[in-house]
Design a binder for this molecule. Structure first.
Ligand code: ATP
Length: 512
């Protein structure tokens, strides 16, 4: 299936099966805002819990907080967001469409990557078993030319953006002959900076109201609570503070479904370390976070690291974990070495000491920080789009199956009586009543059993249990596996143990 069709299928499937709805749809929706439905909320909660357990529960030296969305407005002055949380925008004069100038350029470089992938595919076909991908990538002249071109373009863009040389960003767009995807023209305005924070007001009367911002990232709630947590939790460096919560950005172009939203949720962890140790912790967290993603079994080929060419004002090293979304490799998570920028800046603006006294070294210092930041909605899209598959079965029929990792699936098991009589519904109900203590269960007695299986396949339910006439005789049921469609006979008394092993967080977390 073409990538574009696959993506459309993802969006319509998400709606049809109660995962994601456009916000306020009865009023024709609100641009780039989405609501999660009955299954979506469960998938989202499970992803959040999987992250929280891996980061907080499994690390003795990481604790969590839940800071408010509203923060004192000086926070955003200190963090640099008031002055520097901008995206470069450019308008096409013919289509009147607005774009992020850096994204237009990155998409151009993305096309060079696609050309490289095509060269690799061609060569793999030509050389068959003899093909050595690494060697090909490092020696093929055409590939090297594309790579060099891509790096040159990104380096120039990074430099121009870093120097605030917006005229050069426009010049680059013109030199690359980038056209508007809508009008096809190269009739561009100048590049301008656009601040992404949403403003709002606090207070009842117009005169006394204070201007506030909706937080554009959750990280600052952690920094301003650094001393509270360190002192009350008697935390010793190195230690981390984790938080999940909503963030808001007035994105210039919010497309691609829940990939880029104006209201979204982040899962962030700030790890406080001794200055000078940032390189080793940067490598540590890159590896640990990638392993977390890999533990979900979505395939190592779907991830890659991308080092930042343009470092944010607070960082001395930064990279993204990119995922192969239906529209190509894009950022899923950011790992940033934030130096002591945030804590030092909050010290300056608040005149409060945000330091750590190191008893072993008998000295105080402002800790350095390593951040891991992953978008919950992007993670949802990665999991959901990767899971959705169309299969042609042996008998030639088609099935739509949502191969969600069992640990994340909204419903773990669906229980069916084969027929609605002979006491089978009662046995099925008793199985539901037993299993529901430990996992999310559905009960379904409508339609032929084959159709019920298909319905659960499309919903992403990893296991189905069918109660039939043999059950009444020997207390066994059929356990059907979603991905392989294999069926096995299992004693009712063993169901709970067998299923708990498959769906428990522990089983999956042990793979990290
Ligand atoms: P991008 O380059 O895609 O705009 P970013 O580099 O600005 O993202 P960060 O500030 O590093 O993103 O935020 C950390 C994570 O939050 C991202 O890796 C992403 O998963 C998520 N995220 C950021 N912006 C959005 C958004 N508008 N909608 C959904 N998720 C987002």
């Amino acid at each position: 299936m073409a990538a574009e069709d696959q993506f459309k299928k993802v969006i319509s499937h998400a709606k049809e099966y109660g995962y994601v709805f456009p916000s306020s749809e009865i009023y024709d929706g609100l641009s780039a805002v989405y609501d999660y439905g009955q299954n979506g909320v469960a998938l989202k909660n499970n992803i959040r819990a999987y992250w929280w357990k891996a980061m907080v529960q499994m690390h003795e030296n990481i604790v969590g907080i839940d800071a408010a969305i509203f923060m004192h407005p000086t926070t955003w002055k200190a963090s640099g967001h008031v002055d520097a949380f901008n995206d470069p925008l450019i308008d096409n004069k013919d289509s009147k469409k607005r774009y992020r100038a850096d994204v237009l350029i990155e998409d151009y470089v993305g096309k060079l990557d696609t050309k490289i992938e095509k060269e690799v595919a061609k060569a793999a076909k030509r050389f068959g078993d003899q093909f050595d991908k690494e060697q090909f990538l490092s020696t093929n002249l055409r590939v090297l030319k594309y790579k060099e071109r891509g790096s040159e373009i990104l380096a120039r863009m990074g430099k121009s953006l870093g120097n605030e040389d917006l005229a050069d960003v426009k010049a680059l767009i013109e030199e690359l002959e980038i056209t508007c995807p809508l009008s096809g023209s190269r009739n561009w305005t100048d590049v301008k900076q656009f601040n992404l924070m949403f403003g709002t007001k606090l207070g009842a009367s117009a005169e006394s109201a204070t201007d506030l911002f909706l937080r554009p990232e959750t990280a600052q709630g952690i920094f301003v609570n650094f001393s509270n947590v360190q002192k009350t939790g008697r935390m010793k460096i190195p230690f981390g503070i984790a938080q999940t919560g909503k963030a808001f950005r007035n994105e210039i172009v919010a497309r691609q479904f829940i990939f880029r939203m104006r209201e979204f949720e982040q899962m962030e962890m700030q790890f406080f370390i001794q200055p000078g140790t940032q390189k080793e912790w940067y490598d540590h967290w890159k590896k640990t976070r990638l392993n977390w993603h890999l533990s979900l079994g979505m395939g190592p080929d779907n991830y890659r690291f991308h080092d930042h060419d343009k470092l944010a004002h607070y960082a001395d090293a930064a990279c993204d974990i990119e995922f192969r979304f239906p529209f190509g490799f894009k950022e899923l998570e950011g790992i940033h070495s934030r130096t002591d920028f945030d804590l030092s800046s909050h010290e300056k603006f608040s005149s409060k000491k945000l330091q750590y006294f190191d008893h072993e070294r008998s000295e105080s210092y402002v800790p350095y920080v390593l951040e891991t930041s992953v978008g919950l909605d992007r993670m949802f899209l990665a999991v959901f789009s990767n899971a959705l598959q169309e299969e042609t079965l042996e008998d030639g029929s088609q099935r739509t199956v949502l191969k969600l990792p069992a640990v994340l699936a909204p419903t773990k098991v669906a229980v069916f009586p084969l027929v609605k009589k002979d006491g089978l519904p009662e046995i099925a109900q008793s199985i539901v009543n037993e299993l529901k203590w430990d996992m999310e269960i559905a009960y379904d007695e409508k339609d032929a059993v084959g159709r019920r299986y298909r319905r659960q396949d499309a919903l992403g339910t990893p296991f189905c249990i069918t109660v039939d006439h043999q059950t009444a005789e020997d207390q066994t049921v059929t356990l059907r596996h979603r991905d392989t469609m294999k069926q096995q006979r299992v004693a009712i008394s063993e169901l709970s143990e067998v299923l708990k092993k498959e769906v428990s967080m522990r089983t999956w977390l042990e793979r990290i």
